[in-house]
Design a protein around this ligand. Structure first.
Ligand SMILES: CC(C)(COP(=O)(O)OP(=O)(O)OC[C@H]1O[C@@H](n2cnc3c(N)ncnc32)[C@H](O)[C@@H]1OP(=O)(O)O)[C@@H](O)C(=O)NCCC(=O)NCCS
Length: 295
């Protein structure tokens, strides 16, 4: 960019190692400012592991990185910008390229467009002192990467069969998460009845340096469809929060789809309050004069 030129968004793909470091640095600075994750954890993995994506960078006239957004493949492609906002210039550039987009907007007023999904971010202070009962014929234990990968995938994919992101995980996707620096088997609990995993609660301690409180996440909780409605979901969440507490976490956080009535009831009954709402909005390029009408 010539000195003095206005900042503008540019497609930078693939990112070099140095550019990747710049983006990570921008994410870290944004996280310190916001006190929360600057981009969805799955997209961060796309960045770190160089999975297929478009990387859009906003640089000032001195060449410093001022903004970043990722577009992942999909029909339509999915966008998330560092910090969770929508920059009008980026929106224009992306719509000119893709025609239609799904855009995650976090903690901001969403732009005009059809809301495709609404995620509630719910939170509560720990400890969570609720008495629960466990079945006598199953054992609660930490996930064991040597023997649980296939069994847990079977469990997870049945439990989340209707979920857009979590219902069809493959072994490589699970193994990638198991290799993340934040992974800790002590925070990944399974209820094992000897033949199958009956229920599971996976927790994740957030980077405690970026947040004013010590935040941990109920990352995924699930009960085998044949064993629902018997108190296992409640018991697993309580066990998950105990695991977080043991790691020094004082605030438990989770994401739940607004249309997941059962999970929302469960979390509300345990005192998890809505602290933020994220929306996935569909944006479309407006027809230009002379464009043929869409059919
Ligand atoms: C959400 C889930 C874990 C709940 O597990 P569960 O074992 O069926 O839940 P529990 O029996 O412990 O019930 C706990 C509370 O959930 C709510 N709940 C359970 N079944 C319900 C139903 N059919 N309708 C409305 N609320 C319901 C109630 O508040 C219930 O408390 P109560 O028994 O005092 O009324 C389970 O449905 C599941 O695995 N769903 C798919 C995966 C998923 O969506 N996970 C959450 C992602 S954020």
């Amino acid at each position: 960019m010539t000195p003095g030129a206005p900042a503008r968004w540019e497609l930078t793909a693939p990112l070099s190692e140095r550019q990747r470091d710049e983006v990570r640095d921008l994410l870290a600075r944004t996280e310190r400012r916001l006190g929360r994750e600057a981009i969805d954890e799955g997209r961060r993995r796309v960045l770190v592991h160089a999975h297929p994506a478009e990387h859009w960078c906003l640089r000032d006239s001195a060449g410093h990185l001022r903004g970043y957004a990722m577009v992942t493949p999909g029909t339509p492609p999915v966008v998330e910008a560092c910090g969770g906002g929508v920059d009008p210039a980026l929106r224009e550039a992306l719509l000119a390229r893709h025609g239609a987009l799904h855009w995650w907007v976090r903690a901001r007023r969403p732009p005009r467009g059809r809301v495709e999904r609404t995620l509630e971010v719910r939170q509560r202070r720990l400890p969570l002192a609720v008495a629960v009962t466990w079945p006598a014929d199953a054992v609660l234990r930490p996930f064991d990467p040597d023997r649980d990968v296939e069994r847990w995938l079977t469990h997870n994919n049945q439990a989340f069969a209707d979920h857009p992101e979590q219902g069809a995980w493959r072994a490589d996707e699970l193994r990638e998460r198991l290799a993340e620096p934040w992974f800790d088997p002590a925070g990944f609990l399974v209820l094992d009845d000897g033949t199958a995993i009956r229920a599971s609660c996976w927790t994740k301690v957030h980077d405690l340096a970026t947040s004013p409180s010590r935040v941990g996440e109920i990352y995924a909780v699930s009960v085998d469809p044949r064993w629902r409605g018997r108190g296992l979901g409640r018991a697993m969440v309580v066990a998950g929060t105990a695991a977080l507490l043991a790691h020094g976490v004082d605030t438990a956080l989770l994401f739940v789809d607004r249309d997941n009535v059962v999970a929302r009831e469960l979390y509300a009954s345990l005192g998890f309050d809505v602290v933020r709402t994220d929306v996935l909005v569909r944006l479309e390029a407006s027809p230009r004069p002379g464009d043929p009408p869409s059919t």
